[in-house]
Structures are given as structure tokens and as C-alpha cells.
Design a protein around this ligand. Structure first.
Ligand code: ACO
Ligand code: LMR
Length: 264
């Protein structure tokens, strides 16, 4: 019979060998003809399946709402400083992207992990928060530098509104909202942030769509797909900040001495 040489790479998401490239088996012409969008393409390349429209629309809303948050946040600041140092687009972009992590934009996966685990163990929201406190771990998805109980994050409200009207179930989101109610009773800055909103709502999307087995959901959460949403979204804004600085011909950035506490 046929002897096949062993390959060095295995790939399962796309194929460019035929007449036209396919994403998870779907031809590009079909994607265009059906009028599909970025959310559909993301579903094919990340989840290897077509998701219902309300899911792909949710993904697109996440991308739109997280695309930028002004020049002062960690990522944009790094990108602006790098662009002003005369670096190219890719360097300026990745300089900003490198700030995405547990404090800034990259708490989505941990929020999903901790909310899922706490919900499945049947922990009351206050028990969950107190256990985290005892362990000395900040609750991922909770807290914001400038948002407050009396000045909520509009992005969180918009995502919640969309899910309430379109998702079959929002049980993880409701759990996160109960966690927020408890943390807000402790301090006014401990709001559910956009990472926590996306983390909990994506659990609802995965579980409620009927498109994923329990094992697949566990794997998605364990591998950590969801920070990818913020990385993807914020790239749009960071690229914009790079062009903005170049367009404005901004000089090399130097931080003012007055804004540094020089001390021993
Ligand atoms: N869980 C428990 N306690 C918290 C949390 C949290 N998530 N966040 C802040 N606190 C507490 C702190 O322990 C601190 O209490 P203390 O003074 O008694 O020690 C108090 O609230 C104030 O904390 P600060 O460090 O001043 O808060 P800061 O504004 O610097 O932090 C941050 C904001 C980084 C977002 C923080 O809330 C946090 O680490 N949250 C978890 C990670 C997260 O969700 N990040 C995503 C943010 S959204 C985004 O980036 C798009
Ligand atoms: C963001 O999306 O960049 C923000 O939530 C972070 C911030 O500090 O405002």
C-alpha cells in the first residue's frame, strides 16, 4: 500500500491548496456570497465551526466595543511612545499589545475560569469573593481604574443588554452580576469590568448555543481563547494610534521630570 512520509506540521483550520482557500472547510467565495462577517470568520478559524448569527454578532460587538479606549490606557500609551520614537507600524502595535495581561485587557480567560468554577461548585457569590480574598487573588473581571458603581462602564451595559435580548440563557452573566453586587458593597471601584463581562457572557454563549460539548467548553476555557478577543479588538485602536502619531508628526516622547518622584 501507500507509504506516507510523516509530516512535521499538523493543521486543521484552513487550507490553501485548492482553487480557493477554505476556512474550516468553508470556501472564501461562499463566505463572501453569504454576506458573512468578521464574527463568522473568527468562529471558523478559532472554533472550527459556523455559529448562529446571534453569536457571531456578539463576537463582533465585543470587537467593536474593545477596539479602543482612548490614548491614556496602558496599550495606547506604549504604542504612542513607540510610534513617537520613530518605530514602524508593527513595532508600535506589538509594543501596545505587550501590555495586555492580567491587569489590562487580558483578564477575560481568568474571569471565565474563576466564574465557571465558582458557579459549578455552587459557591454563593459572597463565598467566592471571600475565598479569593483569603487566597490573596484579585477577582479577575472585577475592578477598574476609573469606572465606579455610580459611573458604570457603558460597554458592560451594552454587552449585557444584547445578551439579555438574544441569548437563550445568561446564567454565568447573572452570577458575575451577583459577584459585582457583593464587591460593590465593599468598595465603589469594584465594578464588573469589560473583561469580566466578556468572560462570563462567553461562557453563556458557549453553553447556551448548543454548538459545543461540555468537554469542548472546558478545553476552550483551559487553553484560554478569550483574551484573543481583546488582543484582536485592541489591535484596531493601536494601529489607529500609530497612524495618528505619524500623521501629527509627533516628536520623540520624553516624560517630564516634574511627573517623577525622584527619591532614595
Ligand atoms: N478583586 C479584589 N480586590 C480588588 C480587585 C479585585 N479584582 N481590584 C482591586 N481590588 C482592591 C485592592 O485590593 C485594593 O484594596 P486595598 O487598597 O485594600 O489593597 C483596592 O481594591 C484598590 O485597588 P487598586 O490597586 O488601587 O485598584 P486599581 O485601580 O489600581 O486596579 C485593576 C485596577 C488593575 C483593574 C484591578 O481592579 C484588578 O487587578 N482587577 C482584576 C484584573 C482585571 O479584571 N483586569 C481587567 C480590567 S478591565 C480592562 O483592562 C479592559
Ligand atoms: C480599556 O479598555 O483600555 C480600559 O478599560 C482600561 C482603562 O484603564 O480604562
Amino acid at each position: 500500500g501507500k507509504v506516507r512520509a510523516p509530516t512535521h506540521i499538523i493543521s486543521t483550520i484552513s487550507d490553501d491548496r485548492g482553487e480557493e482557500p477554505t476556512y474550516a472547510g468553508v470556501a472564501m467565495s461562499s463566505i463572501v456570497e453569504q454576506g458573512l462577517g468578521v464574527g463568522d470568520v473568527l468562529s471558523l478559524l478559532w472554533f472550527k465551526r459556523s455559529l448562529p448569527h446571534y453569536c457571531t454578532r456578539f463576537i463582533e460587538i465585543c470587537v467593536m466595543l474593545c477596539a479602543d479606549h482612548g490614548p491614556c490606557v496602558s496599550g495606547a500609551h506604549n504604542t504612542i511612545v513607540t510610534a513617537r520614537a520613530g518605530k514602524d507600524l508593527v513595532s508600535s502595535l506589538v509594543s501596545g499589545l505587550l501590555t495586555i495581561g492580567p491587569r489590562f485587557g487580558g483578564a477575560i480567560d481568568d474571569a471565565a475560569r474563576y466564574f465557571k468554577d465558582a458557579y459549578e461548585r455552587g459557591l454563593a457569590p459572597y463565598e467566592f469573593v471571600e475565598i479569593m480574598k483569603k487566597k490573596g487573588i484579585r477577582v479577575p473581571g472585577i475592578g477598574h481604574r476609573i469606572k465606579r458603581g455610580d459611573n458604570r462602564d457603558k460597554r458592560v451595559e451594552l454587552l449585557q443588554q444584547y445578551a439579555r435580548s438574544n441569548f437563550p440563557s445568561v446564567k454565568y452573566m447573572e452570577y458575575a452580576v451577583e459577584v459585582e453586587a457583593y464587591t460593590l458593597s465593599k468598595a465603589n471601584n469594584l465594578v464588573l469590568n469589560v473583561d469580566g463581562a466578556i468572560g462570563s457572557l462567553f461562557l453563556d454563549l458557549l453553553a447556551g448555543s448548543g454548538m459545543f460539548t461540555k468537554q469542548e467548553i472546558d478545553e476552550i476555557v483551559e487553553i484560554g481563547y478569550l483574551n484573543g478577543l481583546f488582543v484582536l479588538a485592541r489591535s484596531v485602536g493601536l494601529i489607529g494610534h500609530t497612524f495618528d502619531q505619524k500623521r501629527l508628526k509627533q516628536p520623540l516622547y520624553r516624560h517630564p521630570w516634574e511627573d517623577v518622584l525622584y527619591t532614595k
